[in-house]
Design a binder for this molecule. Sequence first.
Ligand code: FES
Ligand code: FES
Length: 157
Amino acid sequence: MTKKITVPLNVNGELKEVTIRPADILLDALRGELSLTGAKPGCLNGDCGSCSVLIDGTVYKSCIMLAVEAVDCEIITIEGLAHTPVQQSFIEHFAFQCGYCTPGFIMNIQSLLEKHPNPSYETIKEWLSSNICRCTSYEEIEEAVFAAVEKNKGRST
Ligand code: FES
Ligand code: FES
């Protein structure tokens, strides 16, 4: 049996210790060890984006990243984005049905706005293509994202 190790993870601005096997994925460490259940297991093979988190400001799919790879990185989960403009925009535009995909979309768009404060329509569509909504709420999700982008433009000009 593989021996477990205890490593520190910097999550949402707090340093936490997790006891994991070296092959454990970050998604399992966040949900199982830290009870941060906002990142969701969907496809578990990097296709759907429901497990997305930010690692040093870049969006990553935590189902295809080892937890040990995130040591010494700044991890932000959906729990760390409460009351942000992107989250608010999803609420205002009713951009969810079951909500399972929503944390992943919010993480992705947060990263988009950090990297491209004034993104083009093509860039927005390209970023949105990395997340899947099984309830097909795409129209409302796009409306929420475009509204968040517009608000962000106002702040960054
Ligand atoms: S669960 Fe990670 S990309 Fe689908
Ligand atoms: S709202 Fe249900 S998967 Fe997107």
